[in-house]
Design a protein around this ligand. Structure first.
Ligand SMILES: [Zn+2]
Length: 336
């Protein structure tokens, strides 16, 4: 292929994508699946996962006024039945299983008569422990007593700093950013061993109550609400594409079994941890399908239509936007 041909194709790509979207929308309608994580007011939020309760309340009011908020059953009817989605339809989803989903998100969903699909990382439920990325934040970013010298190496986790090399906080911040990437690719056993060791070196600090996952009792009460539908999100939240097939299988099927045992009901839905194209692969898709999940959510922007792939449909990530910003973003999501 010539250089000119390549340039021409590159220029045509946005046009081809727009045409595809227009065709899919004409045939399959469009549903914006929204991805939230937390509803809470936090002092520090390096991953930008938290939406303030005031803002979530405003989001729901706007969604109910201007959009068609689907129940999970309605979403299934259109996606699984390959039926055209209603105009301006929306599905609300949450990942991870933080306790604030029960104490803050659920009551607001109930107030507005809306339902959401909550994907839960089952290993953390009832553990009384922060999710691994939050623990890493606490150990490295919020630690008041960083040692003057650090030389840690275990599996692929490598953390080194020294007071002579400059500002300790700055070096710990860089280590945090690096190790987030490294740790997401480790199987749970190795990640836990590294965290155990880091906990010992960096000093005992209390778990933050604000960052805990739900307890078993909280999850049971939560699930009893008509505003809540439950899906699975692995046991220990790895980047599935970076671990081997046996580990993927254990994480995916294990989370389904864990939740079904806890709740005494079938769990039919799944979402990939992190969910970008680098975090799941065709093996993950097959494992999710074979585990018996009806559909699986990913995390890249795009709308869902009646022809969308069942085991990697897109979602729009929602940040802590005020009402005006959320309204603007929603209109952007709805445009092809
Ligand atoms: Zn997650």
């Amino acid at each position: 292929m010539s250089g000119i041909g390549r340039t021409c194709r590159r220029q045509l790509r946005p046009l081809a994508s727009a045409l595809r979207n227009t065709r899919d929308r004409a045939l399959g309608g469009a549903c914006a699946v929204l991805l939230y994580h937390r509803v809470i007011d936090l002092h520090t939020d390096p991953q930008l996962l938290a939406v303030k309760p005031l803002h979530f309340d405003a989001h729901l009011a706007l969604l109910k006024k201007r959009y068609r908020v689907l129940t999970v059953e309605e979403f299934d009817h259109h996606l699984l039945g390959r039926k055209r989605f209603p105009r301006r339809s929306v599905l609300i989803t949450f990942d991870d299983g933080y306790a604030d989903n029960h104490y803050a998100a659920r009551p607001l969903l109930e107030k507005h008569g809306a339902q959401a699909l909550f994907y839960i990382a089952s290993g953390y439920i009832g553990s009384g422990r922060e999710y691994w990325w939050d623990e890493l934040e606490r150990l490295l970013l919020l630690n008041e007593h960083l040692p003057e010298r650090m030389a840690f190496a275990m599996d692929r986790v490598r953390i080194a700093w020294s007071a002579e090399a400059g500002d300790l906080r700055r070096q710990a911040q860089l280590a945090y950013a690096d190790q987030l990437n490294v740790m997401r690719g480790l199987p749970a056993g190795k990640r836990e061993r590294a965290l155990d060791e880091l906990r010992t070196i960096l000093g005992p600090q209390a778990q933050r109550r604000s960052h805990l996952p739900m307890t078993v009792d909280e999850l049971k009460q939560f699930t009893a609400s008509p505003s809540v539908e439950i899906g699975a999100h692995t046991q220990w939240h790895p980047s599935l594409a970076q671990v081997d097939e046996a580990e993927q299988h254990m994480e995916v099927s294990g989370s389904k079994k864990d939740l079904e045992q806890l709740l005494g009901r079938e769990v039919k839905y799944f979402s990939y941890p992190f969910g970008t194209g680098a975090d799941f692969n065709t093996v993950s898709e097959r494992i999710a399908r074979e585990a018996g999940f009806l559909h699986t959510a990913a995390n890249y922007p795009g709308f869902v239509h009646a022809r969308s792939p069942l085991h990697r449909f897109p979602r729009f990530l929602v940040r802590d936007w005020d009402e005006a910003e959320f309204a603007r973003r929603m209109e952007g999501f709805m445009r092809p």
